[in-house]
Design a protein around this ligand. Structure first.
Ligand SMILES: [Zn+2]
Length: 89
């Protein structure tokens, strides 16, 4: 088969949940700096399969991010990137 020509190497990097590994890390909705690390530039929450968080902590994180959004600490989305793209195009 055609796709077998390429050496297919799938690296499954074992990800460890940051919050499980370090119990001193806490998920706080007021801590927007740390929460922002788990969002994309556009403000989307990074999925568990990429961030490597466990289900429990991903849930807590999602709630915290949503709370932070609601009180204006984190953006729901960013319009800046969009307008820039449109201007350049
Ligand atoms: Zn965890």
């Amino acid at each position: 088969m055609a796709f077998n020509d390429k050496t297919k190497r799938v690296f499954i990097k074992h990800k460890i949940c940051r919050f499980c590994a370090d119990s001193s890390l806490k998920i706080d909705y007021k801590d927007s700096k740390n929460l922002a690390a788990f969002t994309t530039e556009r403000g989307k929450i990074i999925p568990r399969r990429i961030s490597g968080n466990c289900a429990k902590h991903q849930r807590m994180l999602a709630v915290a991010i949503k709370r932070a959004r609601n009180i204006g600490l984190l953006p729901f989305t960013t319009a800046k990137i969009k307008t820039k793209e449109y201007r350049e195009a």
